[in-house]
Each structure stands twice: as structure tokens, then as C-alpha cells.
Design a protein around this ligand. Sequence first.
Ligand SMILES: Cc1cc2nc3c(=O)[nH]c(=O)nc-3n(C[C@H](O)[C@H](O)[C@H](O)COP(=O)(O)OP(=O)(O)OC[C@H]3O[C@@H](n4cnc5c(N)ncnc54)[C@H](O)[C@@H]3O)c2cc1C
Length: 269
Amino acid sequence: MVLTYKCSSSISEGSSSGSSNISSDTASDSSMYVCQSYQSTYAQYQQQEIPFRENSFIGDRPILDEYDFIVIGAGPGGCVVANRLSEQPNWSVLLLEAGQDESIYTDIPGAVLFLDGTSYNWGYTAEPAKNACFGYKDNRCPWPKGKGMGGSSIINAMIYTRGKKEDYDTIAALGNDGWSYDDVLPYFLKSENNSIPEYQNSPFHSQKGNLHVERVRYHSSYVDKFIEAGGELGLNKNIDYTVNPDNGVSRFQATTLNGHRVCILINSE
Ligand SMILES: Cc1cc2nc3c(=O)[nH]c(=O)nc-3n(C[C@H](O)[C@H](O)[C@H](O)COP(=O)(O)OP(=O)(O)OC[C@H]3O[C@@H](n4cnc5c(N)ncnc54)[C@H](O)[C@@H]3O)c2cc1C
């Protein structure tokens, strides 16, 4: 895979044809600085047509004529379904995705603002809003949705969060058996691998799943000041917002592993 990109029309002249895995014609001004800093770092690889990342999931495995299961869409939902099906060694599973493979860009958490302006985003716009989106043409806000291996989890903000207990219990009370908080908590625990030190013995977190959760490694002193300020305003400080999100302030829990974005895990055997 050769990665090409362009931060603006003036920079696009250097892009090689036929391999535009990222096109950022629509990159917003706010993402331009990020894009240009990546270009200055990785342009040498682009010029030498050095692949950034092997496709370790698909490799050179042949496409079969028939499959036991075909899963459409490699977002978190489709990947989990395909992963679980592929645990049965006798079953063949095909996972089809409309977008492209991830790249070094999607692995870097700080590139999140830049990715909205690339072909990793379907680029939808919302219907015209009456009382919002005044800064956009026809009051139509951008409506980002990921397109690629990992779906929206390759462009999302990587914040590990869950619904409120009361919300799940309300969903169950409305007649949806199996959706109470006590019902869904075991699945959160099954999927989670949380390495945050203070949660190692929490009954609300686990270390046995595929989804890695950690603190963002870069820690600005402003973060502490914001949390202190929240305390002065009467908010609870350093809460575990995945358990009790009300009236609190804390650093967020990130779905990253060693500082890299974690989006999908597929059993490739
Ligand atoms: C900008 C943004 C920020 C977000 N931030 C967070 C966050 O911080 N924390 C959080 O928990 N959640 C966040 N989310 C939400 C989270 O990413 C989604 O809830 C999650 O990705 C939904 O997973 P999904 O599998 O249901 O769908 P998607 O992730 O949308 O995946 C669907 C996949 O199907 C593919 N597809 C669609 N049609 C076809 C077709 N016909 N053929 C083949 N493939 C097809 C798409 O290309 C896509 O890859 C964010 C979402 C966005 C867009």
C-alpha cells in the first residue's frame, strides 16, 4: 500500500496517481496544520513509495467462491461478529468493507481532527436544522461516519464510555429483556481490557477482553487545573464516569493501546 495525501491544492502536485488512499480536498482549516505536519514527517516515505503498513489481517489469502457467513461492513459491530464467527475453525467468514484499510494516519490519536476531511469519512451532511448549524450552508451540519476497516472507530475520538445504569434499566423496563444494566455489564467486562491502575480491582472493569483501555499518555498540567477547577465548582473530582457519569470531572479513558488507536481485532486464523 502506498499512502498519498494532499493538504491543499498547492501541495497535491506531488501526489502519485492511482493510489490515493487518503484524499483531503475537503480538509478544514483546523486540520491543515495537522496535515502539513504529517506531510513534513512522512513525505519521504511517500516519495520512495514505501508502504507504511502491511495488511496483517488479510495478507495474501485467496478469496473463496463460497463462504459460510458474509458480514457486510467492518465497523466495530461487523468486526466483532466476524471475529466471533471465525472462532469456529470449521466456518469460513468473509468480512466485506466498502472503505480502505487503516493506515498510520488512523493509528495516531492526534490525527483525529484531520481524518474527518479524508476519504475515511463518508462525508454525509445532516438535514437542514431550524435552530442549529448556523455556520454551515443551508444549516446542514457535517455528519461524520467512518468508511474503512474499523468503521467509525478509525475516525472517532477514542473515548471509552458506556450508557448510564438508569438508561439501560429504562430500556429493559420498556419491554426489552436482556438490556438492564445487570444484563449488559457482563458484556462490557467481557470485551474490556483496562490497564488504568486505579481500576484494576474494580468490579466494573476487567482485563480479559480485546478492547484495550488506557489513559492518554500525554498529560498536560492544564488537565489537572481543569479538574481542580471542576472541584471548586462543586463537581466530583476524578470520577469513574463509565460507572457514574453524573456531576463529575475526570481525565478520559481511551480505547488506545500503547498510545495507538485501537479499532478492530480480527481472528485471522
Ligand atoms: C466523529 C465520531 C466520533 C466518535 N467518537 C466516539 C467516542 O469517542 N467514543 C465512542 O464510544 N464512540 C464514538 N463514536 C461512535 C462510534 O464510533 C460508533 O458508535 C461505532 O463506530 C458504530 O459501529 P458500527 O459497527 O455500528 O458502525 P460503523 O462504525 O459506522 O461501521 C459501519 C461500516 O460499514 C461499512 N459499510 C457501510 N455500507 C457498506 C456496504 N454497502 N458494503 C460494505 N461496507 C459498508 C462502512 O464503510 C463502515 O466501515 C464516534 C463516531 C464518530 C463518527
